[in-house]
Design a protein around this ligand. Structure first.
Ligand code: IMP
Length: 213
């Protein structure tokens, strides 16, 4: 079976390949390149699942047979900011903002937030659309606290200030495998793999399905 992942992010492709191998699933991971590229999608749905579904549906128009189109949307939600930046995490410091600029803005904006009120979470919604139009969205969440200063050089984005609940190291201080075990993306992907392994039964933990934004 072929899985087409709507991303050019090598980290996400490698992570999915590794998790498929670990689960003993016979599926290959392809990028949109082999389908002539990723169709243009405006991520304006306003929800993680809405944006993920938009991307997966667009890619699914180019697949056939038993292939599946996959797309995720993720971000960081800060309690003190009523869940912001949320779906706007990639654009927090502006439309073309770098990860570095977004992280610097988060550290700055959270300066006045007292210890004990610095909770937040990473959220990932992974949308799966078949060539026949079957749709599912899988969710993964990791709770944590936002540190005042960066720690660690691994990961990406907001990882250097994200301390998962009950952990002593930020997600930037963890190895990729260690982070995937507890991360929002890891959890959403494992829920998807459980659904695949169960023969696509509906009642699977972590399934947020079906969602029609
Ligand atoms: P995307 O879903 O890959 O486009 O990510 C959306 C935004 O959320 C980006 O700005 C990322 O930096 C941030 N983000 C998503 N997942 C993570 C993560 O695992 N660590 C740190 N930042 C993340």
């Amino acid at each position: 079976m072929k899985l087409y992942l709507a991303t050019s992010n090598r980290h996400k492709i490698d992570e999915l390949r590794q998790m498929l191998a670990d689960a003993g699933l016979d599926a290959s991971v392809e990028t949109p390149d082999v389908l002539g590229g990723m169709p243009e999608v405006v991520e304006d749905a306003g929800t993680f699942s809405g944006n993920a579904l938009k991307k997966a549906r667009a890619l699914a128009t180019r697949i056939e047979g038993d292939a599946l189109a996959l797309a995720d949307d993720s971000g960081i939600c800060i309690d003190a900011f009523d869940g912001a930046p949320g779906v706007y995490s990639a654009r927090y410091a502006g439309e073309e903002a770098t990860d570095e600029a977004n992280l610097a803005k988060l550290i700055r904006e959270m300066e006045p937030i007292p210890d004990g009120s610095r909770g937040g979470r990473f959220v990932c919604h992974l949308a799966v659309v078949s060539a026949q139009g079957e749709e599912r969205v899988f969710e993964g969440v990791i709770e944590g606290e936002i540190l005042r200063e960066r720690r660690g050089a691994g990961g990406f984005g907001y990882d250097p200030v994200f301390l998962p609940l009950g952990r002593k190291r930020t997600t930037a201080e963890m190895s990729a495998a260690e982070k995937a075990e507890i991360s929002h993306r890891g959890k959403a992907t494992r829920a998807f793999l459980a659904w695949l392994q169960s023969g696509r039964a509906d009642a699977v933990n972590g399934t947020v399905a079906p969602i029609k934004p």
